[in-house]
Design a protein around this ligand. Structure first.
Ligand SMILES: Nc1nc2c(c(=O)[nH]1)N[C@H]1C(S)=C(S)[C@@H](COP(=O)(O)OP(=O)(O)OC[C@H]3O[C@@H](n4cnc5c(N)ncnc54)[C@H](O)[C@@H]3O)O[C@H]1N2
Ligand code: MOO
Length: 391
């Protein structure tokens, strides 16, 4: 059995990015840049005003002494010049007139026809944004491997790019296995059925991770039927996520169903709690990850191992962002497996959830952080700093 770090290292070394494609700015959200985004324009494009007010030469301004207003400049209008002893009416984003070195906010101005005078106290800020002070033409504004979230899209669009080169989006199929599973909404119709609680959640997680869920369903523990399905899925998509049937029972068919198609296992079982039965393999050009059926185990292994697989397929260069955070409550001692405790964050720190069973479904909604606990760690008191990952 390998460690969690070894499993991550295997994913890093074996999963290569898919090809790339060009997409419009509208299609780019959630995708990962395959080529650096280089600015075609500086930002700001010109030296501009940061306020609505009057552009002046600072050494010509005396509080209470009027200046002549000789022009007006709004954003998008061409530059004008500032004559000596004059002021120019200017709006936020307007190009600073040549000769001006300061904008006085209109709250300090008293306008009377063509003249303006200023009340004391308008300085010392000059309210001017210099051309290129944010980035210059030719600067790399976003580097390859950046995931295009809303903030990065501001930077991407500000480069004046029409299209962006991004990695291809992985196509993913999600298959929940188990005779007991039915779609949520119909379990009450039979005495021993339970709702598939993992499939919809994985669909959401995969979408959030940049994948395209092309099929999602569940199947009974019938090996010949599962083998046929496995062959089809492995042909159709870049990644299959199969849940349940990962353990050692003779009706645990998640691996056997792919074995018939030449499954090459990359790892099988990881020394982690929850999630020990997780496995990862490849069938020809398709990656397959098998998550344990216990809902908490499935979601923890998805966050810790499926997310990095999706990231690697899309050329992500950044791994998990572990943060050092304080405990608000005691953290129980860890056994012989590295443990990822489910916890809730509030202003006082991380509170470890009372029910750490891997079958928990209801409590998952409260667990917004995972605390990384090395194997053999003794109990930690509240206030201790721990390493945690947003869940
Ligand atoms: N003898 C051993 N038994 C088990 C071991 C072991 O090492 N030796 N490992 C345990 C661990 S750890 C886990 S985790 C589970 C994983 O089992 P499977 O992946 O085979 O999962 P199933 O048996 O199919 O299901 C486990 C549990 O979860 C429920 N389930 C499954 N899928 C869903 C779903 N989509 N939505 C909601 N609930 C689901 C299922 O009904 C079972 O209750 O094995 C231990 N056993
Ligand atoms: O290790 Mo299993 O994933 O606890 O329930």
């Amino acid at each position: 059995m390998i460690t969690f770090d070894e499993a991550l290292a295997l994913i890093d070394s074996r999963v290569a990015p898919l090809g790339c494609e060009r997409v419009s700015m509208e299609e780019a959200a959630g995708r990962t840049l395959a080529v650096d985004a280089v600015a075609a324009l500086p930002s700001p494009r010109h030296t501009i005003s940061a306020m609505d007010g009057y552009a002046v030469r600072l050494d010509e301004v005396e509080p209470g002494v009027p200046l002549r207003v000789t022009g007006e400049v709004r954003p998008g209008q061409s530059a004008i010049a500032l004559a000596s002893g004059a002021a120019v009416r200017i709006f936020t984003g307007g190009v600073l007139p040549e000769g001006a070195n300061c904008v006085i906010m209109q709250e300090y101005a008293t306008r009377d026809g063509d003249s303006v005078q200023f009340a004391p106290g308008f300085g010392p800020a000059r309210h001017v944004r210099q051309k290129g002070s944010d980035f210059d033409r030719g600067d790399v504004v976003l580097s390859r491997g950046t995931k295009l979230d809303a903030r990065s899209l501001v930077a991407a669009a500000a480069t004046d790019a029409k299209h962006l080169a991004v990695y291809r989006q992985p196509s993913v199929s999600v298959l929940a296995t188990g005779d007991e599973l039915v779609a949520s909404g119909s379990a009450h119709e039979s005495a021993y059925a339970i709702p598939d609680a993992i499939g919809p959640a994985l669909g959401a997680m995969i979408q959030h991770g940049g994948g395209k869920v092309v099929s999602r369903g569940f199947a009974r523990d019938d090996l010949p039927a599962l083998e046929r399905l496995a062959g089809q899925l492995a042909q159709d998509v870049d990644l299959v996520v199969v849940t349940g049937g990962a353990s050692v029972g003779e009706r645990d068919f998640a691996k056997p169903m792919f074995a018939a198609h030449g499954l090459e296992l990359q790892f099988d079982r990881v020394a982690m709690k929850p999630g020990k039965p997780v496995w990862f393999g490849r069938v020809k050009d398709c990656w397959v990850i098998g998550l344990p059926g216990n809902p908490t185990s499935a979601m923890v292994t998805a966050r810790l191992l499926l997310d990095p697989i999706l990231g690697r397929l899309q050329g992500a260069t950044r791994g998990h962002l572990w943060r050092s955070m304080p405990l608000a409550s005691a953290l129980p001692a860890t056994g012989d497996r590295e443990t990822f405790a489910r916890a809730r964050w509030d202003a006082t720190g991380l509170t470890v959830l009372g029910n750490q069973d891997s079958g928990v479904q209801g409590g998952l909604a409260k667990a917004d952080w995972l605390i990384r606990c090395p194997s053999g760690q003794s109990e930690l008191a509240g206030g201790t700093m721990v390493s945690a990952l947003q869940f």
